[in-house]
Design a protein around this ligand. Structure first.
Ligand SMILES: *Cc1c(COP(=O)(O)O)cnc(C)c1O
Length: 388
């Protein structure tokens, strides 16, 4: 029996080192990383600012506990509220935990209003995590299968359908929140447009619901602004993030604003590790680097560059359907399933991922160069051509 529990379908490769957009395997072979550990290493591998921050913090103080003040946590909370327009932050260790905090906030918000059976509206094809509450919120039967009974208090509507969302929210007086991703990273890169997101914001205002945005994957510069919602001129009540926030050091955050910022009170929620000095030192280095090196802007520019080049390369191919996403969150949608493509990509020396069966997902580092982007385009082009 293998000593690691068999929860992942892994490719037969192991990496020992990384630098920028490149990783090296145990045989010394180099691969172009167009996945960034699933949108985690946005600054690239072994970014000196993060390495130095972790090294210095490890030599000083790694952990005390949230029983005491944590100056690095305050520093990261200040940086995040500054960059986001939100009021305050709860720190967790992962994305799912950040969403758990958001879900608990929505439920308590309901109870405060006298709604003791609160309902959160979630979306088809959503992905919010693997804990019991977040897998209930997730719109994927495969993620849920075998883990019933799921939680009550979630109702699902079609993504990008404002009319149905409005009707469902108005029909149920127990509705307390709407939870959605601006770009569905696991759900095939379906991308919400400005009208829809602004419509959800207005609906939440009209009905006094919390608008919860899951920016675990879209946040931290990935889609061309620090958070994706910043491209649309509104603020959510709650936004969660994780992945790119620590560049590989586990950390998650649940940011709140206005009335939502005062829901959780001492004793309501907590985490032993959440926001510890080591994780927050990494987070501070990441936020400062994204802002100072204008990496959101680079993600917007390189995302446009990659999308145009991919369309040029693949647009006429019979298997090509469309390109989705925002910034450096890119989905190349094919007309047929292509699960074999991940292993084929590995052979060609590029790391990428296939989601929703037929969508090639590209999440390269935010500071990727034009030369590296060109290489992604030519390798993805060859991979698609080899499928036919
Ligand atoms: C990855 C992801 C999560 C879960 O984050 P974990 O850190 O794996 O718990 C939740 N929501 C979205 C949109 C994600 O991309």
């Amino acid at each position: 029996m293998q000593s690691i529990m068999n929860t992942y379908g892994r490719l037969p490769v192991t990496f020992t080192a990384g630098s920028g957009s490149w990783v090296t395997d145990t045989e010394g072979r180099q691969y172009l990383d167009a996945l960034s550990g699933i949108a985690v290493c946005g600054l690239g591998h072994a970014h000196p600012a993060v390495t130095q921050a972790i090294q210095e913090q490890a030599g000083q103080l790694i952990h005390t506990s949230n029983l005491y003040g944590i100056s690095r946590q305050k520093e990261l909370a200040d940086a995040l509220t500054n960059v986001s327009g939100m009021d305050n932050v709860f720190f967790s260790n992962s994305g799912a935990e950040a969403n758990e905090a958001a879900i608990k906030m929505a439920r308590k918000y309901g109870h405060q209003k006298g709604i003791h059976d609160p309902v959160i509206i979630v979306m088809t094809k959503a992905f919010h995590g693997r804990t019991m509450a977040t897998l209930t919120a997730t719109g994927n039967a495969k993620v849920q299968e075998g883990f019933g009974p799921l939680l009550s208090g979630f109702v699902r509507v079609p993504f990008m359908d404002l009319a149905t969302l409005t009707a469902v929210a108005k029909a149920n007086p127990n509705t307390v929140a709407v939870m959605l991703e601006p770009v569905q990273g696991e759900g095939g890169l379906a991308t919400a447009d400005a009208d829809y997101l602004q419509g959800v914001r207005s609906l939440c205002d009209d009905l006094n619901l919390l608008m919860i945005l899951d920016e675990i994957q879209t946040g931290n510069g990935r889609t061309g602004s620090y958070f994706c919602y910043q491209q649309f001129g509104f603020l959510p009540d709650v936004v969660t993030t994780a992945k790119g926030l620590g560049n590989g050091v586990p950390i998650g955050a649940c940011l709140a604003r206005g009335k939502a910022a005062e829901i959780l009170q001492p004793g309501n929620h907590g985490s032993t590790y959440g926001g510890n000095p080591l994780a927050c030192a990494a987070g501070v280095a990441v936020v400062n680097t994204i802002v100072n090196e204008k990496l959101s802007e680079n993600a917007a520019r390189m995302g446009d560059y990659l999308r145009a080049a991919l369309r040029e390369r693949l647009g006429q191919h019979p298997l090509f359907s469309e390109i989705r996403g925002r910034g450096l969150m890119i989905g190349v949608v094919l007309k047929q399933e292509c699960p074999q493509l991940m292993a084929a990509a590995l052979e060609k020396g590029i790391l990428l991922n296939v989601t929703s069966g037929n969508v090639i997902r590209l999440l390269p580092p935010l500071n990727i160069s034009e030369g590296e982007a060109d290489k992604i385009v030519s390798l993805v082009g060859e991979l698609v051509e080899a499928l036919a």
